[in-house]
Ligand binder design. Sequence first.
Ligand code: 6R9
Length: 668
Amino acid sequence: MTHASGGSDGIESRLKEERKFVPSAEFCDHARVRSHAEYLSLYQQSLESPEEFWREQTCDLVFRTPPTSFLEWKLPKAKFFGGATLNITESCLDRHLTTANRTRAAIVWEGEPGDTRTITYFELHREVVRLAAGLASLGVGAGDRVAIYMGMVPETAVAMLACARLGATHSVIFGGFSSDALRDRINDCGAKLLLTQDGAWRRGSVVPLKSMADTAIAQTPSIEKVVVLRRIGEGQAPVTLEEGRDIWWHDLMAEGAAGITAEHRKLAASPPAFDAEHPLFVLYTSGSTGKPKGVLHTTAGYLAGVHVTSKYVFDLRDGDLYWCTADVGWVTGHSYAVYGPLSCGASCFMYEGAPNFPDPGRFWQLIERHGVTILYTAPTAIRAFIRWGDEWPNKHNLSSLRLLGSVGEPINPEAWTWYHRVVGGNRCPIVDTWWQTETGSIMLTTLPGACYSKPGSTGLPFFGVDIAVVKDRGEPCGANEGGKLVIRRPWPSMARTLYNDDERYFSAYWKQLEGVYFTGDGARKDQDGYFWVVGRIDDVLNVAGHRIGTAEIESALVSHPQVAEAAAVGRPDDLKGQALVVFVTLKQGQKSDAETKANLAKHIEKEIGKFARPDEIRFADALPKTRSGKIMRRLLKEVAAGATEAKGDTSTLEDLSVLAKLRTSDEE
Ligand code: 6R9
């Protein structure tokens, strides 16, 4: 690997990774888009005649009334597919019942203890209709908000789809969130009903979701009813049901359940169609930068975005078993574990528990046992696998895999090449996909089969995405010049607002740079048009006049044989403006001593340049992360600056003891 050194200005990533990975002829022969030229021509069409492009690409989706217009745009309000009406669940479920998909697995599931279930499209549809009838009997109707606080069980998808079928707006709150975080989110969106479960398996223990929910709903006046799924059972997850408020899921789903009338069943079986802009869900962003935002997505545009990207980026085909490892509590789970793949009729694999339970080989065992063909996961997971050692993936037959994906943060070239070699057997293309909760669907990627990949680059714009790197006043940057990543025209799956906060929506995304959507990320576009996302703009440091992306420091560190994971942050410094502090976790068996520190400093100097030598290197057992796996640099910055108390919101922190340990090491 080569890193350029030297001190050019601008928010510039110095990840000058030059390798190109060309997809195999075998993959290209069967790909949907077979060459770069074909990609370019479709891309051009998608920008020049968007209406025609989206009409063609979404012709297999179910609209009750077809759209009469493509876009009405009055900054920052977008309306897509004007005049259209639809029920999104008809595209995800009903339409498959008249095809061979009827008996195909919609969800193949494995619980952490090893129990398995396969649910066909026919069965999934039946469950969704039943739950929708039950929810209607509990008073849920179009426009109501419903909170979902569940784990990775098929019923979570059933719950989302049942809400959508009734036109109720769901808000899934990740099952790893605390009671307080759940309470705040329910209160923000004013949910009327909560769906939860007795408990969820995680690393061999039970996460008591219902009792955590009980604590939350003691302070959520809007919640009228609670539906509880029994996943674990009385022995290990005792549950108290509050009379008149709480009801078992299985009682609600039972034949002849009390209170469910013929009217409710009819409504669920033949549901109404809703306006294209009907609110579909509110999803709170990870909160790694302050108070969570309730990102609101609507129906037709979101469906169009996730459908078309699922089809092209994951190359879904008959016979595939596609596994998106993201929890449905995050946007990746919404778009690429539920709505996108189901709208394509794909068979989705779902796993309940931890990747290292009972041992670090679990993921690879699941792939081998079920024959997973497409794996979509996150760099943070990949780095954990590297740390646990090649012997785990090597023990299993992973030859069913044909395509790999990455999402969530920049992937270090070293992690990319490991993923490609050890998991993908040098045979599977990797799609590095850049997007956000707010974008709804994938915006940047390398289409598999059409384009070569460069490790660490998130590739080219997806169809219809007019994305650019610009300077502070909006002028486009030149090739390899770092700047702000913006999207210059609205796209169908974009967020429509922040729940109950149009003003914050406007000021957070549309105000900074006039007339364009500001992603909050810094990036550069190289001479081949490939995008390199550095990370959040606030993760970019300025050390003695040199702007350095934290991602590049981290990449350099992770490329060192002793390092497992690294995070770089700035600390206010009188002399340099900011001093560079790095937190490093070492691979098993490595010594956290002065000699290692010297090695790492030398390594960064060699990889990037003398100016990037850290002012301080600190070893940690683990790095603080949000529950979605992003390193919480905000907290590390505070620790680096000597704080003893965490300021701001720590509700998304994976494990508070990590923070405590970092502080202790501070005092050593
Ligand atoms: C889908 C998702 C969005 C932020 C985004 C960026 C980072 C996501 C990335 C990536 C580099 C990728 N990010 N994918 N950075 N390469 N392939 O993760 O949504 O949780 O809202 O996070 O994540 O910084 O702005 P979300």
